[in-house]
Design a protein around this ligand. Structure first.
Ligand code: ZN
Length: 186
């Protein structure tokens, strides 16, 4: 289980570096990230969230009984459709982040995305995603550029998340929580 860095830690706010060659260390990191993501629980986790400034993320999201989306994205590229105008719907468009644990805020995202990346065997693949999967890809890809969803919120929600971060004593380097060890209100 890996400790998950909390907002304010520099690794979350800086662009990550390409993975390049897929070594045993990278495979072990991905395996630990998958375990940590499931334990959190979360639907995605990016390497900077566990203190590794590398362009790698994992995801696992069950759309319905028959459909499980999961994978590992190494050195990904992401194309997105234009973001629809207007305010985000708190019912349909609220998202959270394991690096801002226990909080959720509405954020408008692109409805469609194309992910191109390599898997752990180094094979290139492409996924055309819509809806929540497209949102997960946008959220995780942002982490690789040092962007948190909190950085993208509309004014009122940005104020609310800043207040929550202050209340919890976050927003400074060195804070983390470990799934299964630290209690976090979901
Ligand atoms: Zn996140």
């Amino acid at each position: 289980m890996l400790p998950i860095r909390i907002t304010g830690d520099p690794v979350l706010h800086e662009p990550a570096k390409p993975v390049g060659r897929i070594t045993a260390r990278i495979r072990a990191l991905a395996a630990d990230m998958i375990e940590t993501m499931h334990a959190a629980p979360g639907v995605g986790l990016a390497a900077p969230q566990v203190g590794e400034p590398l362009r790698l993320f994992v995801w696992s999201w069950r759309e319905d009984e028959a459909t499980l989306h999961e994978g590992v994205a190494i050195d990904p590229e992401l194309w997105i459709t234009p973001t629809p105008p207007g305010p985000a719907d708190p019912e349909e468009e609220s998202e959270g982040c394991l690096s801002i644990p226990g909080e959720r805020f509405p954020l408008r995202r692109s409805e469609g995305a194309i992910l191109r990346a390599r898997d752990l065997e180094g094979r290139s693949y492409e996924i055309v995603a819509h809806g929540w999967l497209a949102r997960i890809f946008q959220h995780e890809f942002d982490h690789l550029d040092g962007v948190l969803y909190a950085d993208r919120l509309e004014h009122a929600h940005a104020k609310a998340v800043a207040k929550a971060i202050k209340r919890e004593g976050w927003g400074k380097p060195g804070l983390s929580w470990t799934p299964g060890v630290d209690e976090v209100e979901a």
